[in-house]
Design a protein around this ligand. Sequence first.
Ligand SMILES: [Zn+2]
Length: 251
Amino acid sequence: MSQSVLWKFLTAADLRAKAQSGAIVVLPVASMEQHGPHLPVGVDTILSEAVCQAAAEAIAADTPVVVAPTLWCGMAEHHMAFGGTFTFDIPTYRAVLLCLLRSVERHGFKRVLIVNGHGGNIAALSAFLPDIVRETGLKLRVTTYFEQAKAALAEVLEDQESVHHACEAETSLMMVVAPDTVRRDKLPEAHGPAHSSTPPAGIARYRSFRDITPSGVIGDARRSNAQKGEKLMAACRDGIAAVLRDPATWS
Ligand SMILES: [Zn+2]
């Protein structure tokens, strides 16, 4: 039986050996937030972990790698109005990430790829990067899993170019990764605006999702199916596997 790529299923001795072998640590970071009437609140956590596990399994034969436990809470103030949602504030999120990364570093790992699965985390993660690199000395890289499969996603999706929210893409993926959690009877209500409208160039503003989409969905989940989900999952897996393997990622 081959060893799991997931940190949580290994022993401390296994993990000491992983560090010794120069293994890359993949840290999925996600969220626990409303995902419309038809999907569970764990979507981003479930999908990030699934993509990271699949990518790690795809390269494990020739590249030492381990997938750390998924950070299931992120920046989700914009979803709080719907209920069912947890959020960090910025100082807490920074502090938690720093503690996780310091722990990884203290065990002798050198390279970490944070794989994010939630749009609301992107700005915070970029902002933390200089401080965390200075404070840990890790070779730390950050990406968002659907950003590494852009062309493939655009090809598979009919109604949207990339991942929106509780949309054609996320729903199709969930139909593959956790099919029993998709409330198919709620799909007829599972649609919203095609985009979260953007303000004029050069203007930042904050809006609750409640004010953008009453259903909690951006995009149209009625367009989802498991065949698309299989293709999307393969594209996301291959995208992250390629990033992990590419020497340029770590140069
Ligand atoms: Zn999501």
